[in-house]
Write a protein that binds this ligand. Sequence first.
Ligand code: PRP
Ligand code: URA
Length: 237
Amino acid sequence: MTETTTSSGGRPNLPMQGVHQPSRDEVLNLPRVHISSHPVMAHKMTALRDKNTQPPEFYRHVKEIGALLAYEATATLALESISIETPLGPMIGEQLAGGIGVTPILRAGLGLAEGFREVIPDAQIWHLGLRRDEQTLEAMEYYNQLPHRVNLQVCYAVDPMLATGGSAIDAINVLKRRAIPRLCYVGIIAAPYGLLKLSQTHPDIDIYIAALDESLNDVGYILPGLGDAGDRQFGTF
Ligand code: PRP
Ligand code: URA
């Protein structure tokens, strides 16, 4: 959790204090934003948010929610025809046209990426490390394992929490330099503030989330949220 600093005048510096935030209703119908309405998702989200859920269970829920989100986010992927033989004869089948990339935003995106791999085992995993500075809430890149040669039809940037939107916006900026035909962002919980920022900055991507929450608190955590998604997955309290 964030510790607050004190400015020279002795007042605490709280990065979101006094910042205007849109309401949930104001961002509910943004174009290209898909909010899951699946009852199984709602059920798993409750277990995930519960403060008594311990890291092993929490990680398992992130993975399972990742698989459900992958299922929803891949519903419009392009297919191509392929000739195969069944044991009884020839037929024309279908396969995904072009590779699928998944970019987990480290570290919290790792569990989500594992969920995607359950659905698409041959997805390429492109790791991108972004750390949010707790005082300024700005994202800083510290690790990048994106390949230079790209042959994907789509890449999904995955990260459980869309708070101010800074990390998601930077991740999409990095992916845009790779000239991938289609980019998507996939998250578990979004705050209206970050969702609006991401949607306005990158109106050409699809955004898939499991839940839209109420707001950010003064230090940039999502309310009601689930706390720190990285710490809760990896037990680093
Ligand atoms: C968290 C979270 C997102 C980011 C969201 O990561 O997983 O990446 O903050 O906040 P934003 O929308 O305001 O940018 P954090 O930087 O804490 O790193 P971690 O995944 O290593 O815990
Ligand atoms: N990162 C988290 O892990 N949780 C939040 O609520 C906001 C950012």
